[in-house]
Ligand binder design. Structure first.
Ligand SMILES: [Zn+2]
Length: 285
């Protein structure tokens, strides 16, 4: 049976506070479950302003997606003019609500923004500390260890895979590859997001572009962002879920995709970094 995995990333304070409750309501209406990947620590979104100066593609993306409407002006100042608020740590009740509704919850980030912009310049000690703070926070909020990790913005390097190996994850969801594989170095299953995100494609045609991609009867994973599908694109997200259900596609959390995979038949390989259409920096694939 064709399956559509929902990989729902929570990247910001705004997304945790407003986007997650909105998505919980939508998923409840459709009686669907997804996997929420939580950012635990500080929301340094405002530091993205530095990227405007350094990376012209980022400015183009911000203008195309109307970033102010997407994230709000306050978000644009967190970590610069305003102090960085904690993301999941600020909303333990919302974390409980996600779990109580029966969704899968996994680990996405300690400090999402710094990882996304600075990982490659950071030391191995910085990465270790990032994981230990983030995973300790995750355990405090959920009373269990995460069994999967989804890297912020699909940025990883060899050091990350070496460090994550020690956490014995059931799977990673760190790439935009076209199909699942086994990571070299970490020796762990990768369940990639093979579909584009709404903010990478023409918003007007977003739903039809994605329904075209999922009608082939195969298993796919949709990258969802609490800030986006739980915000200005909520109607498109509803429409897409309705289309998927009408096509007979089973909408599932990622752990259900893992259960159906024939893991022994998958290739072991190294990820590559690639600049995908509609993105401003390279992703692992
Ligand atoms: Zn993210």
């Amino acid at each position: 049976m064709a399956m559509l995995g929902l990989k729902i990333d929570v990247d910001t304070y705004w997304g945790m506070k407003n986007g997650v409750p909105c998505l919980l309501e939508i998923l409840k209406q459709f009686r669907l479950k997804g996997t929420f990947f939580l950012s635990i620590g500080p929301d340094n979104s405002g530091r993205a302003a530095l990227q405007l100066i350094k990376n012209p593609l980022f400015l183009k993306k911000m203008m195309r997606t109307n970033a102010a409407a997407l994230y709000g002006w306050k978000t644009a100042l967190y970590g610069t003019l305003l102090p960085a608020p904690m993301i999941a740590f600020s909303f333990p009740q919302i974390v409980n609500d996600i779990i109580a509704a029966g969704h899968e919850v996994q680990f996405h980030a300690w400090d999402h923004r710094r990882w996304q912009d600075e990982l490659l310049q950071k030391s191995e000690d910085w990465i270790r500390e990032w994981f230990s703070k983030g995973i300790a926070g995750f355990e405090k909020l959920t009373e269990k260890k995460p069994t999967a990790f989804g890297a912020p913005s699909w940025v990883i390097d060899d050091r990350v895979l070496k460090i994550i190996k020690a956490y014995n994850c059931d799977y990673l969801s760190c790439t935009r590859a076209k199909s699942p594989f086994i990571h070299e170095i970490a020796d762990v299953l990768e369940i990639p997001s093979d579909l584009p995100c709404f903010e990478e494609i023409d918003a007007e045609k977003g739903v039809s572009i994605i329904t075209d991609l999922i009608k082939d009867g195969q298993t796919h994973v949709l990258p969802v962002h609490a800030e986006v599908e739980g915000g200005i694109f909520q109607n498109q997200f509803r429409e897409l879920l309705k289309d998927a259900i009408n096509m007979g596609i089973k909408v599932v959390p990622l752990k259900e995709i893992k259960q159906k995979l024939d893991i022994k038949s998958l290739h072991k390989r190294k990820y590559k970094m690639e600049l995908l259409p509609g993105r401003h920096s390279p992703c692992a694939v």
